[in-house]
Design a protein. Sequence first.
Length: 281
Amino acid sequence: MLKQRVITALVLLALLIPTFLVDDPRYFCAIAMVFIAAGAWEWGMLNGYSQSVSLGVAGALLLVCSLLWWLGALNQRLPSLWILAGGSWVLFGAFLLRGGVQAWGRYPQAMRLAGGGFALCVAWLAVAQARVIGINYLLSILVLVWVADIFAYFAGKALGRSLFKNKLAPSISPGKSWEGALGGMVGVVVLAFAWRWADTHWNVSVLSMFSHLGNKSGLLLLIASVFMATMSVAGDLIESLVKRSAGAKDSSGLLPGHGGVLDRVDALLPTLPLAMMLYSL
Protein backbone atom coordinates (compact mmCIF):
# COMPACT_ATOMS: atom_id res chain seq x y z
CA MET A 1 0.00 0.00 0.00
CA LEU A 2 2.78 2.45 0.90
CA LYS A 3 4.60 1.69 -2.35
CA GLN A 4 1.41 2.35 -4.31
CA ARG A 5 0.83 5.64 -2.47
CA VAL A 6 4.37 6.82 -3.19
CA ILE A 7 4.26 5.87 -6.87
CA THR A 8 0.86 7.52 -7.37
CA ALA A 9 2.01 10.67 -5.57
CA LEU A 10 5.15 10.87 -7.74
CA VAL A 11 3.10 10.51 -10.93
CA LEU A 12 0.69 13.25 -9.81
CA LEU A 13 3.59 15.54 -8.92
CA ALA A 14 5.20 14.86 -12.30
CA LEU A 15 1.96 16.03 -13.94
CA LEU A 16 1.36 19.08 -11.75
CA ILE A 17 4.78 20.57 -10.99
CA PRO A 18 5.53 21.56 -14.63
CA THR A 19 2.21 23.45 -14.73
CA PHE A 20 3.39 25.50 -11.74
CA LEU A 21 6.69 26.35 -13.38
CA VAL A 22 5.37 27.71 -16.69
CA ASP A 23 3.80 31.15 -16.93
CA ASP A 24 0.87 30.00 -19.05
CA PRO A 25 -1.95 28.86 -16.69
CA ARG A 26 -3.80 26.92 -19.39
CA TYR A 27 -1.87 23.68 -18.80
CA PHE A 28 -2.80 23.59 -15.12
CA CYS A 29 -6.42 24.50 -15.86
CA ALA A 30 -6.70 21.69 -18.40
CA ILE A 31 -5.27 19.05 -16.05
CA ALA A 32 -7.48 20.32 -13.22
CA MET A 33 -10.51 19.97 -15.51
CA VAL A 34 -9.69 16.32 -16.19
CA PHE A 35 -9.38 15.63 -12.45
CA ILE A 36 -12.69 17.35 -11.74
CA ALA A 37 -14.39 15.34 -14.50
CA ALA A 38 -13.04 12.16 -12.90
CA GLY A 39 -14.51 13.38 -9.62
CA ALA A 40 -17.87 13.85 -11.36
CA TRP A 41 -17.76 10.23 -12.54
CA GLU A 42 -17.08 9.11 -8.97
CA TRP A 43 -19.91 11.30 -7.70
CA GLY A 44 -22.37 9.66 -10.06
CA MET A 45 -21.28 6.18 -9.00
CA LEU A 46 -21.48 7.05 -5.29
CA ASN A 47 -25.04 8.25 -5.76
CA GLY A 48 -26.29 5.07 -7.37
CA TYR A 49 -25.99 5.87 -11.06
CA SER A 50 -24.71 3.37 -13.62
CA GLN A 51 -21.25 3.44 -15.15
CA SER A 52 -22.56 4.87 -18.43
CA VAL A 53 -24.64 7.59 -16.77
CA SER A 54 -21.72 8.55 -14.53
CA LEU A 55 -19.46 8.82 -17.57
CA GLY A 56 -22.11 11.03 -19.17
CA VAL A 57 -22.05 13.25 -16.06
CA ALA A 58 -18.26 13.54 -16.36
CA GLY A 59 -18.59 14.45 -20.04
CA ALA A 60 -21.26 17.06 -19.29
CA LEU A 61 -19.02 18.64 -16.66
CA LEU A 62 -16.16 18.81 -19.16
CA LEU A 63 -18.45 20.59 -21.61
CA VAL A 64 -19.69 23.10 -19.02
CA CYS A 65 -16.18 23.89 -17.78
CA SER A 66 -14.92 24.23 -21.37
CA LEU A 67 -17.78 26.61 -22.15
CA LEU A 68 -16.99 28.73 -19.10
CA TRP A 69 -13.35 28.84 -20.18
CA TRP A 70 -14.31 29.84 -23.74
CA LEU A 71 -16.59 32.59 -22.40
CA GLY A 72 -13.66 34.10 -20.47
CA ALA A 73 -14.88 33.24 -16.98
CA LEU A 74 -11.32 32.55 -15.79
CA ASN A 75 -10.52 36.27 -15.98
CA GLN A 76 -13.72 37.62 -14.40
CA ARG A 77 -14.13 38.37 -10.70
CA LEU A 78 -17.67 36.89 -10.43
CA PRO A 79 -18.38 38.02 -6.83
CA SER A 80 -22.06 36.98 -7.01
CA LEU A 81 -21.14 33.42 -8.00
CA TRP A 82 -18.58 33.12 -5.21
CA ILE A 83 -21.01 34.47 -2.61
CA LEU A 84 -23.64 31.97 -3.81
CA ALA A 85 -21.18 29.08 -3.80
CA GLY A 86 -19.55 30.02 -0.49
CA GLY A 87 -22.86 30.65 1.22
CA SER A 88 -24.22 27.35 -0.11
CA TRP A 89 -21.28 25.45 1.35
CA VAL A 90 -21.74 27.06 4.76
CA LEU A 91 -25.52 26.69 4.96
CA PHE A 92 -26.09 23.40 3.13
CA GLY A 93 -22.91 21.92 4.57
CA ALA A 94 -24.20 22.48 8.09
CA PHE A 95 -27.62 21.16 7.05
CA LEU A 96 -26.17 17.96 5.56
CA LEU A 97 -23.92 17.25 8.53
CA ARG A 98 -26.79 17.84 10.92
CA GLY A 99 -28.93 15.35 9.00
CA GLY A 100 -26.21 12.73 9.04
CA VAL A 101 -25.72 9.60 6.97
CA GLN A 102 -29.30 8.36 7.17
CA ALA A 103 -30.76 11.58 5.77
CA TRP A 104 -28.54 11.64 2.69
CA GLY A 105 -30.30 8.75 0.94
CA ARG A 106 -33.69 10.41 1.40
CA TYR A 107 -32.82 13.38 -0.79
CA PRO A 108 -33.87 12.98 -4.47
CA GLN A 109 -31.15 11.30 -6.49
CA ALA A 110 -31.25 13.95 -9.22
CA MET A 111 -30.88 16.73 -6.65
CA ARG A 112 -27.84 15.03 -5.15
CA LEU A 113 -26.29 14.65 -8.59
CA ALA A 114 -26.96 18.29 -9.52
CA GLY A 115 -25.62 19.61 -6.22
CA GLY A 116 -22.41 17.64 -6.57
CA GLY A 117 -22.00 18.68 -10.19
CA PHE A 118 -22.40 22.34 -9.25
CA ALA A 119 -19.85 22.01 -6.41
CA LEU A 120 -17.31 20.33 -8.71
CA CYS A 121 -17.79 22.83 -11.53
CA VAL A 122 -17.40 25.79 -9.17
CA ALA A 123 -14.32 24.20 -7.59
CA TRP A 124 -12.69 23.89 -11.00
CA LEU A 125 -13.49 27.50 -11.87
CA ALA A 126 -12.10 28.62 -8.49
CA VAL A 127 -8.83 26.70 -8.79
CA ALA A 128 -8.43 27.89 -12.39
CA GLN A 129 -8.98 31.52 -11.39
CA ALA A 130 -6.53 31.12 -8.49
CA ARG A 131 -3.93 29.83 -10.97
CA VAL A 132 -4.59 32.80 -13.25
CA ILE A 133 -4.08 35.18 -10.31
CA GLY A 134 -0.72 33.57 -9.59
CA ILE A 135 1.11 30.56 -8.18
CA ASN A 136 1.58 32.15 -4.77
CA TYR A 137 -2.15 32.69 -4.39
CA LEU A 138 -3.02 29.18 -5.56
CA LEU A 139 -0.42 27.50 -3.36
CA SER A 140 -1.56 29.38 -0.28
CA ILE A 141 -5.02 27.78 -0.66
CA LEU A 142 -3.68 24.29 -1.38
CA VAL A 143 -1.14 24.37 1.44
CA LEU A 144 -3.80 25.61 3.88
CA VAL A 145 -5.78 22.41 3.30
CA TRP A 146 -2.70 20.19 3.49
CA VAL A 147 -1.51 21.82 6.73
CA ALA A 148 -4.99 21.53 8.28
CA ASP A 149 -5.03 17.83 7.44
CA ILE A 150 -1.48 17.11 8.63
CA PHE A 151 -1.80 19.04 11.91
CA ALA A 152 -5.19 17.44 12.56
CA TYR A 153 -3.70 13.97 12.09
CA PHE A 154 -0.78 14.49 14.45
CA ALA A 155 -2.80 16.42 17.03
CA GLY A 156 -5.41 13.67 17.02
CA LYS A 157 -2.73 11.02 17.47
CA ALA A 158 -0.92 12.92 20.21
CA LEU A 159 -3.91 14.11 22.23
CA GLY A 160 -6.44 11.39 21.49
CA ARG A 161 -9.58 12.23 23.50
CA SER A 162 -7.77 13.94 26.35
CA LEU A 163 -9.59 17.28 25.97
CA PHE A 164 -13.08 16.29 24.83
CA LYS A 165 -15.17 13.26 25.74
CA ASN A 166 -16.95 12.99 22.40
CA LYS A 167 -15.66 12.38 18.89
CA LEU A 168 -16.11 15.08 16.24
CA ALA A 169 -18.60 13.15 14.08
CA PRO A 170 -18.66 9.50 15.19
CA SER A 171 -21.50 8.42 12.88
CA ILE A 172 -19.80 9.95 9.82
CA SER A 173 -16.06 9.61 10.39
CA PRO A 174 -15.20 7.78 13.65
CA GLY A 175 -11.51 8.53 13.35
CA LYS A 176 -11.87 12.29 13.57
CA SER A 177 -11.61 14.02 16.94
CA TRP A 178 -12.18 17.51 18.26
CA GLU A 179 -8.53 17.57 19.32
CA GLY A 180 -7.49 16.89 15.74
CA ALA A 181 -9.77 19.60 14.36
CA LEU A 182 -8.38 22.15 16.82
CA GLY A 183 -4.84 21.09 15.96
CA GLY A 184 -5.59 21.71 12.29
CA MET A 185 -6.90 25.18 13.07
CA VAL A 186 -3.77 26.05 15.06
CA GLY A 187 -1.58 24.84 12.20
CA VAL A 188 -3.46 26.97 9.67
CA VAL A 189 -3.27 30.10 11.86
CA VAL A 190 0.51 29.69 12.23
CA LEU A 191 0.81 29.11 8.48
CA ALA A 192 -1.28 32.20 7.70
CA PHE A 193 0.80 34.63 9.74
CA ALA A 194 4.08 33.06 8.61
CA TRP A 195 3.07 33.25 4.94
CA ARG A 196 1.92 36.85 5.28
CA TRP A 197 5.29 37.72 6.83
CA ALA A 198 7.13 35.90 4.03
CA ASP A 199 5.18 37.80 1.36
CA THR A 200 6.24 41.10 2.92
CA HIS A 201 9.80 40.00 3.61
CA TRP A 202 10.43 38.86 0.04
CA ASN A 203 8.26 41.58 -1.52
CA VAL A 204 6.45 39.11 -3.77
CA SER A 205 4.72 40.35 -6.91
CA VAL A 206 1.63 38.16 -6.39
CA LEU A 207 0.20 38.16 -2.88
CA SER A 208 -1.01 35.00 -1.18
CA MET A 209 -4.56 34.60 0.09
CA PHE A 210 -3.24 35.31 3.59
CA SER A 211 -1.79 38.66 2.59
CA HIS A 212 -5.01 39.65 0.85
CA LEU A 213 -6.91 38.89 4.04
CA GLY A 214 -4.40 40.25 6.51
CA ASN A 215 -3.23 43.49 4.88
CA LYS A 216 -5.68 45.55 6.92
CA SER A 217 -6.17 43.51 10.07
CA GLY A 218 -4.44 40.65 11.85
CA LEU A 219 -7.75 39.88 13.55
CA LEU A 220 -9.43 39.40 10.17
CA LEU A 221 -6.63 37.05 9.13
CA LEU A 222 -7.07 35.04 12.35
CA ILE A 223 -10.85 34.73 11.93
CA ALA A 224 -10.63 33.90 8.22
CA SER A 225 -7.92 31.27 8.82
CA VAL A 226 -9.98 29.48 11.46
CA PHE A 227 -13.04 29.70 9.21
CA MET A 228 -11.21 28.22 6.22
CA ALA A 229 -9.75 25.42 8.34
CA THR A 230 -13.23 24.65 9.64
CA MET A 231 -14.66 24.48 6.12
CA SER A 232 -11.88 22.15 4.98
CA VAL A 233 -12.98 19.76 7.73
CA ALA A 234 -16.60 20.17 6.61
CA GLY A 235 -15.69 19.20 3.05
CA ASP A 236 -13.90 16.09 4.30
CA LEU A 237 -16.84 15.11 6.51
CA ILE A 238 -19.45 15.60 3.78
CA GLU A 239 -17.56 13.32 1.42
CA SER A 240 -17.25 10.76 4.21
CA LEU A 241 -21.01 11.05 4.77
CA VAL A 242 -21.70 10.33 1.09
CA LYS A 243 -19.31 7.36 1.02
CA ARG A 244 -20.77 5.89 4.20
CA SER A 245 -24.28 6.23 2.76
CA ALA A 246 -23.12 4.40 -0.38
CA GLY A 247 -21.28 1.75 1.65
CA ALA A 248 -17.96 2.67 0.00
CA LYS A 249 -14.56 2.93 1.65
CA ASP A 250 -13.09 5.11 -1.13
CA SER A 251 -14.71 7.24 -3.81
CA SER A 252 -13.03 4.98 -6.41
CA GLY A 253 -9.77 3.19 -7.12
CA LEU A 254 -8.53 5.69 -9.71
CA LEU A 255 -5.52 6.70 -7.58
CA PRO A 256 -3.89 3.48 -6.30
CA GLY A 257 -3.04 3.78 -2.62
CA HIS A 258 -5.00 7.03 -2.30
CA GLY A 259 -8.53 5.99 -3.21
CA GLY A 260 -10.27 8.28 -5.68
CA VAL A 261 -10.11 11.87 -6.84
CA LEU A 262 -12.83 12.98 -4.43
CA ASP A 263 -10.83 11.47 -1.57
CA ARG A 264 -8.00 13.84 -2.45
CA VAL A 265 -9.97 17.01 -3.18
CA ASP A 266 -12.86 16.77 -0.68
CA ALA A 267 -11.45 19.44 1.64
CA LEU A 268 -10.68 21.70 -1.34
CA LEU A 269 -14.23 21.70 -2.68
CA PRO A 270 -15.48 24.26 -0.12
CA THR A 271 -12.20 26.11 0.51
CA LEU A 272 -11.52 26.99 -3.14
CA PRO A 273 -14.77 28.92 -3.81
CA LEU A 274 -14.64 30.44 -0.32
CA ALA A 275 -11.09 31.67 -1.00
CA MET A 276 -12.28 33.28 -4.24
CA MET A 277 -15.24 34.78 -2.41
CA LEU A 278 -12.90 36.43 0.11
CA TYR A 279 -10.63 37.58 -2.72
CA SER A 280 -13.46 39.12 -4.74
CA LEU A 281 -14.82 40.94 -1.70
